[in-house]
Ligand binder design. Structure first.
Ligand SMILES: Nc1ncnc2c1ncn2[C@@H]1O[C@H](COP(=O)(O)OP(=O)(O)OP(=O)(O)O)[C@@H](O)[C@H]1O
Ligand SMILES: [Mg+2]
Length: 148
């Protein structure tokens, strides 16, 4: 496992870091995003989606649990699932939404907000992205990327 740390000073920085990070993603990868409310998970995902030229609106799928986006890279179509587990009350609810099947879909890039809510159900991940708020600066975020 490899860990990298970045500092973001603005929403735009976080989007740019997400886009830069996306360069290393392969079809089928799962990215687990963690961090407090408002720490920038969705902004980071917007950057990833920018990189893949996604034209859909990228927003936290709070009520639907999963949003699906279509993008492209080098003329190849890229399918992305954006999951938000914030409202999941117990990992058992994950089976109802087909989380496990989703996690194992090899043709799709999975971006999972509030991944910690999945507990042991998060049995496969390629990258973890943890965003931390700062006590001193409301626009500063520490972003830690762990590669599995
Ligand atoms: N450095 C920064 N990086 C990202 N967002 C920032 C930064 N500084 C300020 N912000 C603001 O913080 C908010 C981050 O919101 P975002 O929806 O991305 O958080 P989130 O982690 O997805 O929250 P939630 O847990 O509610 O889904 C935005 O309003 C953004 O403008
Ligand atoms: Mg969000």
């Amino acid at each position: 496992m490899n860990t990298e740390e970045f500092i973001s000073l603005s929403e735009e920085d976080t989007i740019a870091l997400g886009a830069k990070f996306a360069e290393r993603l392969n079809v089928g990868d799962a990215v687990a995003l963690t961090g407090d409310l408002g720490s920038g998970k969705t902004e980071f995902i917007k950057g990833i989606c920018d990189y893949f030229n996604v034209e859909d609106i990228v927003n936290s799928p709070t009520f639907t649990i999963i949003n699906q986006y279509h993008g492209e890279k080098n003329k190849e179509e890229i399918h992305i699932y954006h999951l938000d587990l914030y409202r999941i009350k117990s990992p058992a609810e994950l089976s109802e939404i087909g989380f496990s099947e989703c996690l194992h879909s090899d043709e799709i890039i999975k971006l999972i907000e509030w991944a910690e809510k999945a507990g042991d159900f998060l049995c496969k991940w390629d990258y973890k992205v943890n965003l931390n708020l700062s006590d001193d600066d409301e626009n500063l975020r520490q972003i830690i990327i762990t590669t599995n």
